[in-house]
Design a protein around this ligand. Structure first.
Ligand code: SF4
Length: 411
């Protein structure tokens, strides 16, 4: 049975916080069941931050590092930047021609957000902001995605996507677009350490990539029961942020935590210490993976590409493996036994190197592109995004071709 297709994404907001973890872990699980496209939605961030783009490249990089460190695997899934696949914009334009304005105006988030931004002194009554749910529809449908993992607040947008698909199919007498289904996830709402919504801008977040010291500082700053002045005062866990975290991350011990708190059998210091250990245990492997991606083995990869090119220019062809797939020959691979890192990392580097060589051989990358990759000293994250965007573009181009055919746009 062929796999279903998933499209999901996030606006590039820089380092993510632990409130995002459950969504990312869900994505990581879905990778084995679906063909996944994970998008850095930079065009969407322009709908509200069109006048503030200086941090976009760094925010993109930091967010992708978080994705990778939580387990998004760029070999299994296409990890790409939305604006690098221009077909999203093209499909959005075609949809904008036949989508009634009222469909967009009735999106429940539209008016709410206009008011919210107005309170912050920002006017976002732009064409782009009104149309962003339609851009989302284009993001999903360009990959013919049949499944979209979302939270409940996004359901109206999926319904709009279904209507857009239906209308296109009806108008142009085609069955090109599927009507995607929402894959509803319920993720715990992790509060900020001061009890408000967790947000970087409030300074109350715990970043996925936070160091031990940063986590410690945040846990120590958590607001507990204000009525519990002395250790022997009985506590009220229901008003305590540490308890809220225990509920999310230490649920099996929750009954004990509540009882010990109410009976003044444990102090808040011990309670925070325990929570710190739990959060640390959760973040330590993620932090470790992030550091490895951050350093990246650029030199290894560069050598791989250079040597593979050298080999290819001499020998002229790739060798087919048992499945008939053309690979860089073992003779070349053997020269990279000295790759640093785990076996999985080595394999991954080879995969990326292989992709670049494959694209070079297929004419997707020309000589200059390969030189750019090699000479610009791009790190692993850049290479992953280049590769992911190319992979996404191949599918997107194919869909656009069919859309244009259906619309009789032949020239
Ligand atoms: S003992 Fe724990 S749950 Fe009770 S108030 Fe202190 S930190 Fe909160």
């Amino acid at each position: 049975m062929s796999k279903g297709t998933i499209l999901s994404g996030m606006r590039p907001t820089g380092r993510l916080h632990i409130g995002h973890l459950s969504v990312l872990e869900n994505w990581a699980r879905l990778q084995d069941e679906y063909r996944c496209y994970f998008m850095i939605a930079d065009l969407h961030s322009l709908t509200t931050k069109f006048d503030d783009t200086a941090e976009l490249p760094n925010d993109t990089r930091q967010m992708v590092l978080d994705w990778l460190s939580v387990g998004i695997d760029p070999v299994k899934s296409a990890v790409f930047v939305q604006s690098a696949v221009r077909e999203h914009a093209e499909l959005h334009l075609y949809f904008s021609m036949n989508t009634p304005l009222s469909w967009l105006e009735r999106c429940p988030t539209y008016k709410d957000q206009l008011v919210q931004f107005e309170k912050q002194g920002k006017d976002i009554t732009t064409y782009g902001f009104l149309g962003y749910p339609l851009l989302q529809a284009a993001d999903i449908l360009i990959y013919l995605a049949d499944t979209v993992p979302v939270g409940e607040d996004q359901l109206p947008h999926i319904e709009l996507t279904r209507e857009v698909a239906r209308r296109f199919n009806f108008l142009y007498k085609t069955d090109l677009f599927p009507e995607p289904q929402a894959l509803l996830g319920r993720f715990p709402l992790v509060p900020g350490v001061d009890g408000r919504k967790m947000s970087k801008s409030y300074g109350n977040d715990i970043a996925i990539s936070a160091s031990t010291d940063e986590v410690k500082k945040r846990v120590n700053a958590m607001i507990t029961d204000p009525e519990r002045v002395r250790r022997e005062d009985p506590g009220h866990p229901e008003v305590c942020i540490v308890h809220k975290y225990q509920e999310i991350y230490n649920n099996e011990m929750l009954e004990y935590v509540q009882k010990a708190c109410r009976g003044a059998e444990r102090g808040c210091v011990a309670c925070k210490k325990e929570l710190l250990e739990i959060v640390e245990e959760m973040l330590a492997p993620i932090r470790e993976r992030r550091a490895r991606y951050e350093k990246s083995s650029y030199e290894d990869l560069r050598q791989y590409i250079l040597n593979a090119r050298e080999y290819l220019s001499g020998q002229g062809s790739l060798q087919s493996d048992d499945n008939g797939t053309e690979r860089v020959p073992e003779a070349v691979v053997d020269r990279f036994k000295k790759f640093t890192g785990t076996r999985r990392e080595k394999n991954y580097l080879r995969e990326i190197g292989q992709y670049i060589i494959d694209d070079y051989m297929a004419g997707v990358f020309d000589e200059n592109d390969v030189c750019d990759v090699v000479d610009a000293k791009m790190d692993l994250v850049n290479l992953i995004l280049i590769k992911g965007s190319q992979r996404a573009r191949l599918t997107a181009r194919n869909t656009i071709k069919k859309v244009r055919d259906a619309m009789n746009l032949r020239y």
